[in-house]
Design a protein around this ligand. Structure first.
Ligand SMILES: NC(=O)c1ccc[n+]([C@@H]2O[C@H](COP(=O)([O-])OP(=O)(O)OC[C@H]3O[C@@H](n4cnc5c(N)ncnc54)[C@H](O)[C@@H]3O)[C@@H](O)[C@H]2O)c1
Length: 439
């Protein structure tokens, strides 16, 4: 198939590349000239495991090309995916201005019948609005379909090529054959392609993210109660997770969720509900719990140092909103950094992939350490915000030699409190009793 993808960000680049990898001819379009120039040089502007090799191979074989020329890309394609951003606007609603502008440009550029698929996360009713826009601007029939994306950054290729399910929102049943053909290489293990109305498809994406965010805020609230009552949230997690109605997935306590999706999608859903007169009581609570959770590490630091933080130095491990990505949008680490800087502390950070993005925001307000242990040198304490695999088994003796005080504030429960106690650390974690040096 001949496919154009408009918006070559995390979603557009991954899905475009995966479609090319299954034999389609794909043109990835972006208005960002610098991004396209990087891609044309055989590099990628983001960190996503496995993506570089896949982009390289498909570009080399001529199935994947990049351009800023929207008209050329649209005219050469039959299927056009819209994968541009839908950020949070001031009201909390999803900002659809780019989706609408791109839809109009596609309609004006169309040289024959096109199937346009909205992959961006958009509120219920957007498909209909986009259909009206293209109808008013195109000389040719354009079918607007919805195909929300469920990939996770850090595992995006796996999610894209082996999805749990593919959701397609269409008005004309005959269009389903095209999607069955397009997705067949990814659904060979009998995962379903679910055909529904565009409105249901749009709502499915928000409902999925709301459910996942609910699980995170739920376990975080449980962990805060548990910690104060003297329980251990890891034991409680096991205790509930073995109930197959509950399960273990997405029930890890932490420093709050971030990223480009959950925070803005929950708020967009709250906005949608308010607009139609439904009080989104539960959704609002998910967001509030999460915002408070992002402040928890600083509050533990504040209490430990009895408010005397000015002039102290803190090492931070993990800046990305989750491991295996360089994405720092709404990352809990940024909340901690802001609080520490405001309190007059010096901050030394390490992240395997996200430091350039953090540097672009904070510049010389932070010290950037290319190795994890360098962030501990002369620091009063270490805070861990992202659970990169390489932080799980460090050399605690060596760390003790670098830190001024043996204190760790762990926002991801990477270590066993008893072990930390034996190696002489004061160890704060989430939903568990603080461990103190045993000798
Ligand atoms: N990132 C994720 O993990 C994820 C997962 C599922 C769904 N989504 C949804 O997918 C959408 C895209 O997310 P993303 O993270 O890939 O965003 P992104 O910000 O990484 O990428 C968006 C891209 O669109 C480009 N763009 C903006 N205006 C354009 C225009 N007029 N013409 C051409 N290109 C244009 C930008 O330059 C950018 O490269 C959002 O709606 C998001 O909610 C994201």
């Amino acid at each position: 198939m001949k496919i154009a993808v408009v918006g070559t960000g995390y979603v557009g680049l991954v899905t475009g590349t995966c479609f090319a990898d299954s034999g389609n001819e794909v043109i990835c379009i972006d208005k960002d000239e610098a991004k396209i120039a990087v891609l044309e040089k055989g590099k990628i502007p983001i960190y996503e495991p496995g993506l570089l090799e896949m982009v390289h191979r498909n570009s080399r074989d001529g199935r994947l090309v990049f351009t800023t020329d929207l008209q050329k890309g649209i005219q050469a394609s039959d299927l056009v995916f819209i994968a541009v951003g839908t950020p949070q606007s001031e009201t909390g609603a999803a900002d659809l201005s780019t989706v609408f502008a791109v839809a109009k440009s596609i309609a004006l550029a169309a040289n024959n019948t096109k199937i346009v698929i909205i992959k961006s996360t958009v509120p219920v009713g957007t498909n209909k609005k986009v259909q009206d826009i293209v109808n008013a601007n195109s000389k040719f029939p354009i079918h607007i379909c919805s195909n929300p994306e469920f990939l996770k950054e850090g595992a995006a290729i796996e999610d894209c090529t082996k999805p749990d399910r593919v959701v397609i929102g269409i008005r004309s049943p005959e269009l389903s054959e095209i999607f069955k053909e397009l997705y067949a290489p990814f659904l060979r293990t009998e995962r379903p392609l679910l055909i529904m109305s565009p409105e249901s498809a749009e709502m499915t994406k928000y409902a999925a993210n709301a459910m996942l965010a609910t699980k995170i805020s739920f376990i975080n609230e449980m962990s805060n109660i548990c910690e104060k009552m003297g329980g251990d949230i890891n034991d409680v997690r096991r205790g509930i997770g073995h109930d197959i109605r509950i399960g273990f997935q997405f029930l890890f306590p932490g420093a709050g969720y971030g990223g480009s999706c959950f925070p803005k999608d929950i708020r967009a859903l709250i906005h949608m509900a308010n607009e139609i007169g439904i009080a989104p009581t539960m959704l609002a609570a998910i967001d509030v719990v999460n915002e408070l959770q992002k402040e928890l590490l600083f509050s533990k630091i504040h209490d430990h140092f009895k408010g005397n933080i000015k002039g102290l130095t803190f090492g931070i491990w993990g800046l990305a909103f989750k491991p295996r990505t360089d994405d720092i949008r709404e990352a809990p680490a940024l909340v901690l950094i802001d609080a520490l800087l405001n309190a007059g502390a010096k901050v030394q950070v390490h992240d395997p992939e996200a430091m350039p993005n953090v540097n672009a925001i904070y510049g010389d307000k932070l010290s950037y350490c290319s190795k994890p242990y360098d962030a501990l040198q002369g620091a009063n304490a270490l805070a861990i915000v992202t659970e990169w695999q390489e932080f799980r088994n460090p050399n605690f003796q060596f760390m003790a030699g670098l830190l001024k005080e043996n204190v760790i504030f762990d926002g991801r429960n990477l270590y066993e409190p008893k072990v930390l106690s034996t190696v002489g650390f004061t160890y704060y974690s989430i939903g568990r009793k603080t461990a103190f040096p045993s000798s």
